[in-house]
Design a protein around this ligand. Structure first.
Ligand code: 13P
Length: 340
């Protein structure tokens, strides 16, 4: 893929009214989500769940791309069509999670480093041959007493930049995801400070590694109160502080910012995105790359039973439509009850 192709793909991922479905849970993570609903995590159940999601009629109205996991990109729909081919036929870009997970960072108690760089050039080539057009790598930054350390932020920024450079060399648009976790007891101000430090380090590393900003997508956390903080910031404050942080740190050459949901409820994640877009215009497209906030209602409706496939699909279609509207500032709460 040439630089122009990377740019065109990145722009398509955040085209007006569109965002990305993150369906790249590792086997361990999807196992936890299934276990919470009493669904067995067999390979066939994981395949039929992803088949249900990906074969939702007209999903491409709202979803530009889907991030798959290594197991999923090699699986097929019930009619035998490989998932990447099925997505392409439906006008949706197939993507792939290429990191191999966050592990404890040596000499840094409580902090993590994401692995997966060894052999990445060869894996990128294989994923391209399987039909992938973009990739994802998630770095995890934890807020706590005396953390994150500059050591942890810089180690993760360096890994993200090496990953992004290898993806672009091999023809994949990198989604660069530095996730500051939202589940501690910190204030929104503390989240702002850590997110700003993290983004600065990430963009410095991307520049050093000669990553072409026009051919990448940033996937950040929103600036938000920690889940256990007694004082929870409202929608307007989250939107204003997230935008202030992004304006300080993200160059305008980046075509799009696609947020993760990070454990926010599905409706709140939509409201936050909508509030930010209602404050536009912005230098970049602001859209979604949600996992739980798109999938949770669909998973709960499906419950592991083929008979519930349509209910699962209509839940996914509804959340995708709401987030599509939020990506242009046109969402309202009434859409949740109108049966729309
Ligand atoms: P959530 O939206 O559930 O945070 O997942 C997005 C994602 O891809 C995390 O890496």
């Amino acid at each position: 893929m040439s630089a122009n192709d990377l740019t065109a793909t990145a722009q398509a991922m955040v085209a007006s009214g569109k965002g990305v479905l993150a369906a790249d849970e590792s086997t361990a993570t999807i196992g936890k989500r299934f276990a919470a609903l009493g669904i067995d995590s067999t390979e066939e159940n994981r395949r039929s769940y992803r088949d249900m999601l990906l074969s939702t009629d007209n999903l491409s109205e709202f979803v530009s791309g889907v991030i798959l996991y290594d197991e999923t990109i090699r699986q097929s729909s019930s009619d035998g069509t490989p998932f990447p081919e099925m997505l392409a036929q439906r006008g949706i870009l197939p993507g792939i999670k290429v990191d191999t997970g966050a592990k404890p960072l040596a000499n840094a108690p409580g902090e993590q480093i994401t692995e997966g760089l060894d052999g990445l050039r060869e894996r990128v080539a294989e994923y391209v041959s399987l039909g992938a057009k973009f990739a994802k790598w998630r770095a995890v930054i934890t807020i706590g007493d005396g953390i994150p350390s500059t050591y942890c932020i810089n180690a993760n920024a360096h890994a993200l930049a090496r990953y992004a450079a290898l993806c672009q060399e091999g023809g994949l648009v990198p989604i660069v995801e530095p996730e500051v976790l939202m589940d501690a007891d910190n204030t929104i101000e503390r989240c702002f400070e850590v997110t700003e430090r993290t983004q600065r380090a990430v963009f410095a590393a991307l520049a050093e590694h000669r990553v072409q900003l026009e051919g990448m997508i940033l996937k950040p956390n929103m600036v938000i109160s920690g889940k256990k903080c007694p004082e929870q910031a409202g929608v307007q404050q989250v939107a204003e502080m997230t935008l202030q942080c992004l304006r300080r740190t993200v160059p305008a050459a980046v075509p799009g910012i696609a947020f993760l949901s990070g454990g926010q409820s599905a409706e709140v994640a939509t409201e936050h995105l909508n509030a930010m877009n209602a404050m536009g215009p912005h230098p970049w497209h602001l859209s979604f790359s949600y996992g739980r906030a798109l999938q949770d209602p669909a998973l709960k409706a499906w419950k592991g039973e083929a008979a519930n496939a349509e209910a699962g699909q209509s839940a996914l279609y509804h959340r995708s439509r709401c987030n599509s509207l939020a990506s242009t500032g046109g969402y309202s709460r009434e859409l949740e009850t109108a049966g729309a």
